[in-house]
Design a binder for this molecule. Sequence first.
Ligand SMILES: O=C(O)C(=O)C[C@]1(C(=O)O)C=C[C@@H](O)C=C1
Length: 292
Amino acid sequence: MSKKIAFLGPHGTFTEEAAHSIFENDQVQYISFGSIPDVLDAVAMKKVDYAVVPLENSIEGSVNLTLDWIIHEMELPILAELVLPIAQHLFVSTAQSSISLSQIQRIYSHPQAIAQCRRFIHNHLTHAEIIYTNSTAEAAETVSENPEKPWAAIGTRLAKELYSLTFLKESIEDYKDNYTRFIVVGENPLQLRSTQTPSYRTMILVTLPKDYPGALYQVLAAFAWRKINLSRIESRPTKKGLGNYYFIIDIEQKMDDVLLPGAFAEIEALGCQIRILGSYPYDVKTKDEVHS
Ligand SMILES: O=C(O)C(=O)C[C@]1(C(=O)O)C=C[C@@H](O)C=C1
């Protein structure tokens, strides 16, 4: 029986592109959901086998909604990660194809996409009101449903095709090395495409003991003296009062690496709690591999 994959929809999102790169298309059934919580709830409630959601962007940083939902609302692990190059395009309905940038009155897009194009918007779309949507494809859909309006959307090349829109400007992201990390969440182990040559990463959530000077320093030391490479450390509020944080740490090792259990034991001996969010393979696609 084919596996069901939930992704942030509607059709034409970057997340859908990521899902298509991760799974063998003929062996799965894709189901779109309108928001990140809906995608993650679908897998938590076993309506689907796996969920694909964005996690972090190289320009704008973490997708906090994804992080918070994974931490607070569910317990399923991260099973895989894919990093995709992201090009943000500006498009309008064909009826507006001769419009100039300064005549655009509204820009629709996902907050992450808007943030990746801040400088462009500031310099060229000064008169436009920004309207945030649940996804870039939802923005494209809204613009296509209102062809008589001087509105534009920011999103994927695929959305431009699917919703029969016209380019106003291609690749408007402020930094050309724009990448987003997408993760697969689910209960059961994942069969990845055989062409992928995975590197491994373990993502953990660390809660520090109260009033313990130097606790974070000692957590990091447990990795440092073992020469375990960390690629990200980020704090998120525990939501239990100001000044209370979790630390999310990305470790460039598999969970079964010999050194990792020792590091975790040392950290737990400090009185810290560790939750393993996932220990999984990841793949990075280059711009040449993806034509967005
Ligand atoms: O709206 C989309 O197309 C998405 O897939 C979401 C999302 C994100 O949340 O980061 C994915 C990639 C880009 O960074 C911009 C938007």
